[in-house]
Design a protein around this ligand. Structure first.
Ligand code: PEP
Ligand code: MN
Length: 371
């Protein structure tokens, strides 16, 4: 598979990093035009984004203004000379976008999670020459993401970029979506020269975390950023916590440190560096998991206090050791290593529970179910 670089998508587009920015959702004509006017004035933006059909996890939340916003986006094109992109989830959406001359389409995480939908969309794209952004699926299944790129490519679309927006965590983590950087890195190893853009807004879930994720993406030589920007984030009808206001966007753009890709590695890091980046990402996930484990230990400490149960229970500990070393063996790990690791975790858990117990005893506090 051969993919043209982002720079060659549109004539005269030489910016690096490639910046896609705009509100999570188009809300009104005034809002769309005000944000477009600002973004144009910064000189950093290649493409203006706005969702008009919003795929919501829960019903009853704002689900977009629909086709009427396509006219507002046409004004963005003609008045601000910006390219525009919209999320599409069905052949009907594609038809409406093509009718209105939308420049770029994007397929959202929820849609990419379903191969039936991706197949339908690919079918509708046959014979159309339009760039398509493909977000990663909600779950960290690289084959699903890879498969979506292959399906769209097979429809004859060559201008494709993958968008890394993180993966739904099974536990609450610092980020709304776990970055799992090892996955976009592996995708880039599998599909050489596929442009990869990072969406730090959906990874972060919080405006203050967006700069750190953006810089990390550039350090990993991603080709661009897709950032949510709103004229008044606190009033936004969707994703209000993660959208940047105008000042935040401008200061992010001026503070990013840009490492130019070297010419001979065509923008890819050397293998050792890629492997280190994968290890870094996995270590952060380990810490998140350990934090979840410690949280549960804390709850156990309170429960044991309430029910007058001893902190250390030998039988339970023996069972933990046995089942974990058995599982470790299945994954080719030395039992002695697993034993050391579990001992360390167990000791910390005992320390936390004992501290809670001491604290509850001295304060005379009683943990109640409502807490
Ligand atoms: C969005 O970009 O507003 C969006 C809905 O993103 P995702 O599909 O990544 O959740
Ligand atoms: Mn959003």
């Amino acid at each position: 598979m051969e993919f043209p670089s982002l720079k060659s998508w549109f004539e005269g587009d030489e910016h690096y990093p490639f910046i896609i920015a705009g509100p999570c959702s188009a809300e009104s004509e005034e809002q769309v035009l005000a944000i477009a006017a600002f973004l144009k004035s910064t000189g950093y933006v290649n493409i203006f984004r706005a969702g008009i059909w919003k795929p919501r996890t829960r019903p009853g939340t704002f689900n977009g203004v629909g086709v009427k916003a396509l006219k507002w986006l046409q004004r963005v094109q003609s008045e601000y000379n910006l390219k525009v992109t919209v999320e599409v989830a069905s052949p009907k959406h594609i038809e409406a976008c093509l009718k209105h001359g939308i420049d770029v389409l994007w397929i959202g995480a929820r849609t990419v999670s379903n191969p039936f939908s991706v197949e339908e969309i690919s079918h509708a794209l046959r014979g159309v020459d339009i760039p398509v952004l493909i977000k990663n699926p909600l779950n960290p299944d690289i084959d699903l993401w890879h498969g979506a790129v292959e399906r769209v490519y097979a429809a004859g679309i060559k201008r494709i970029a993958a968008v890394h927006r993180g993966f739904s965590p099974f536990e609450r983590t610092l980020y709304r979506n776990m970055p799992k950087w090892e996955i976009p890195i592996e995708l880039r190893q599998r599909i050489q020269n596929l442009p990869v853009i990072c969406d730090p807004s959906h990874i972060s879930g919080r405006a203050d975390l967006v700069p750190g994720i953006s810089q990390k993406a550039l350090d990993l030589m991603m080709d661009g950023l897709m950032i949510e920007v709103h004229s008044n984030p606190s009033e936004a009808l969707s994703d209000s916590a993660q959208q940047l206001n105008f000042d935040q966007f401008r200061s992010l753009m001026t503070s990013l440190i840009i490492r130019k890709p070297t010419i001979d590695d065509k923008g890819f890091l050397n293998q050792l560096e890629e492997l280190r980046n994968q290890i870094d990402s996995i270590d952060f996930q380990l810490i998140e998991l350990v934090a979840s484990r410690m949280n549960i230990s804390e709850k156990m400490g309170k429960y044991k206090f309430k029910n007058n149960v001893a902190v250390l229970q030998m039988e339970r500990w023996m069972e933990i050791l046995q089942t974990r070393t058995e599982h470790g063996t299945l994954r080719d790990m030395e039992p002695a290593f697993i034993e050391k690791l579990m001992t360390l975790l167990h000791q910390e858990s005992i320390r936390i529970q004992t501290a809670i117990l001491d604290n509850l005893k001295t304060t005379g506090d009683h943990w109640s179910e409502e807490e």
